[in-house]
Ligand binder design. Structure first.
Ligand SMILES: [Fe+2]
Ligand SMILES: [Fe+2]
Length: 177
């Protein structure tokens, strides 16, 4: 669905940025799915699109949050020079709490509705929790792109980037790079 070349695990910050772009793409796709359901009902295209979105969030986004929570966030805080460390730690604490809210919105609101569409059991999805999940994903990835990735580029050494990339590969059972 996104024919963009995938960077290797030796370019972990580019990989993180690429997942953010894919999340934004899937959020836009969800908006189009709402319109499609209203105009054409729960046809085969709608069911396939819903299934595609569910797999993406269950697999790719779950791994991505693990990359950030298990390794990336702490690596950036630890690498920050002392005068900046408290500010970076506060940013990371906010990002972690956004992950928790996103996970509960996904599991409790968005995923059940998308699965119902995938299975052809409903012809509509939406509501305030879906809108909140959609807008928070965009806010969250924008905050990571604009505030955290520039700090990672500034502070992480090539050895630390390699460690991050090796961890990402290992969690996916893939070779490095
Ligand atoms: Fe994140
Ligand atoms: Fe992220």
């Amino acid at each position: 669905m996104c024919a963009v070349p995938v960077p290797g695990f030796d370019r972990p910050l580019e990989l993180i940025l690429q997942v953010h772009r894919r999340i934004e793409h899937r959020c836009a796709l969800m908006g189009r799915l709402v319109e499609h359901l209203a105009e054409r009902g729960c046809d085969a295209d709608a069911r396939a699109t819903a299934g595609h979105i569910v797999r993406f969030f269950d697999e790719d986004v779950a791994r991505h949050h693990e990359d950030e929570e298990l390794e990336f966030y702490d690596a950036v805080v630890a690498a920050a020079p002392a005068p900046d460390r408290a500010r970076v730690a506060a940013l990371v604490a906010r990002l972690r709490s956004e992950h928790a809210e996103l996970q509960s919105l996904w599991a409790d609101a968005l995923r059940p509705q998308l699965v119902a569409v995938q299975q052809g059991r409903v012809a509509w999805f939406g509501g305030s929790e879906i809108e909140r999940c959609h807008s928070l994903y965009i806010e969250h990835t924008t905050r990571e792109n604009d505030e955290l990735l520039p700090l990672a580029e500034a502070f992480l050494t090539s050895a630390q980037l390699e460690q991050l990339g090796r961890g990402m590969a290992a969690r996916r059972g893939r070779p490095y790079p």
